[in-house]
Write a protein that binds this ligand. Structure first.
Ligand SMILES: [Zn+2]
Ligand SMILES: [Zn+2]
Length: 368
């Protein structure tokens, strides 16, 4: 006596969980979502999964992104028995809305029953609806979570600072553009500096940290009460991150406790300087306050032209004139014809011989 299907009573070659394969797959098929709709952001193509917006890779065209979104929504909504898996899905956009965005996607679904290795092909329609995601919505409304206020400390925010800030903004934007569309909502000139609004506090913090690392800027974060949330009744804060660019910059000559250095960069908020025999030194934040930038009037580029008894003749390469100095000012290793810089600090003069490889760094101090 043969077996028969528990549902339709037919005799089959093979049974899957007591059913003929036709009845079995019919039961499985009705477990697939009948009305599959996915919500996508028309600006950045993020799609909604439950309550969360999922960002998509930059690679792939618009159709591909819509297909990926419907496929993952199908997988999220489908509740199949443990032994059945979705083996393969492929999709095709078959209808568009009046803005040309994909509206209907035909999904081809290949199912597989693992125990019997039975396969079944079916297809279903998925619909795409469009609404702006939370980030794009904030962007549209100009909403922001945090402001980074960039100012220079104890001096004006000048053209060179502007240039550095511009570079920092563009390298930051390049870095984040893969995951998020415009996290910078607005850049505005303000009070001799710039106010940069960010859609999220996290990205504002990352940007401020970059200015700290690259330019030795100091950072201070403070929440500001801006009102009350009408829905929750809780207080609403916006965070302000104050970023102060130090008054000194790479390439500038500075003095610290009577010694003269050239700033060669910043490293995690510390100032890296070099002395005139090529030794590097890192100056921490507490000592940074004691650094003094040498102004143009304190530095002269000179050439040693003569040495006679108690005095030496220097030729000022900017003003093109001779200066007479006491000969003990000239370092003993400095030869006639060699160039150096004459620095005046606290009323005292100091002559520093420059190594040949250092000369190009100071060419701006010469008459062009
Ligand atoms: Zn049957
Ligand atoms: Zn979006």
């Amino acid at each position: 006596m043969g077996r028969f299907c528990a549902k339709c009573g037919c005799e089959a070659d093979e049974y899957i969980h007591s059913l003929c394969s036709r009845c079995y797959w019919k039961e499985i098929e009705i477990k697939l979502p009948q009305d599959l709709t996915v919500t996508m952001c028309p600006e950045c193509r993020s799609y909604l999964q439950g309550k969360m917006w999922v960002r998509q890779h930059d690679a792939g065209d618009e159709d591909w992104k819509a297909i990926v979104a419907t496929e993952s929504e199908l997988e999220r909504q489908t509740r199949l028995p443990e032994q059945v898996i979705i083996d393969r899905i492929s999709g095709e956009v078959i209808d568009r809305n009046d803005r040309g965005h994909p509206k209907t996607v035909l999904l081809q679904v290949n199912l597989k029953e693992k125990e019997k290795s039975s396969r079944y092909k079916t297809s279903l329609l998925a619909f795409v609806e469009y609404t702006n995601c939370s980030v794009c919505m904030k962007y549209e409304r100009g909403e922001h979570e945090a402001v980074v206020q960039v100012r220079a400390s104890d001096r004006a925010f000048d053209h060179r600072d502007q240039q550095s800030l511009k570079e920092a903004v563009s390298s930051f934007s390049r870095r984040v553009s893969n995951q998020q569309r415009d996290v910078i909502v607005e850049i505005k000139e303000k009070e001799g500096g710039y106010d940069i609004k960010f859609s999220s506090l996290t990205s504002a913090r990352i940007f401020a940290k970059k200015l700290h690392e690259d330019f030795g800027a100091s950072i201070q974060e403070s929440p500001k009460l801006v009102g009350v949330d009408r829905r929750t009744g809780g207080r609403l804060y916006k965070n302000t991150i104050s970023v102060k660019i130090p008054k000194y910059r790479t390439g500038e000559l500075v003095t610290l406790r009577g010694n003269i250095y050239r700033i060669i960069g910043f490293d995690r908020g510390r100032t890296v300087v070099e002395d005139f025999v090529g030794r590097h030194k890192t100056i921490g934040p507490s000592d940074s306050d004691e650094l003094m930038v040498l102004g143009e009037e304190q530095i002269r580029m000179v050439r040693l032209d003569g040495r006679a008894g108690s005095h030496a003749d220097l030729f000022d390469l900017k003003e093109m004139r001779f200066i007479e100095v006491p000969s003990e000012l000239v370092p003993s290793e400095m030869k006639l014809g060699e160039e150096g810089i004459l620095v005046k600090v606290y009323g005292k003069e100091k002559l520093i011989r420059l190594r040949p490889d250092e000369l190009p760094k100071y060419s701006s101090l010469k008459q062009q």
